[in-house]
Design a binder for this molecule. Sequence first.
Ligand SMILES: [Zn+2]
Length: 56
Amino acid sequence: MSETMWVMCPVCSHKTRTKLRQDTELKNFPLFCPKCKNECIVNVKNCQIETISDNG
Ligand SMILES: [Zn+2]
């Protein structure tokens, strides 16, 4: 069994429906939050979530 964790929304801190494994890596991933309906572009590496400012 791999350990997984839910990704928290960077905007409202609500749990999103996106899961991460400990070894998951994401780059420029559009993370959608079902709570606040925001979509944030994030990078994920080593379970560290980095929000990328989307200035177009
Ligand atoms: Zn949110």
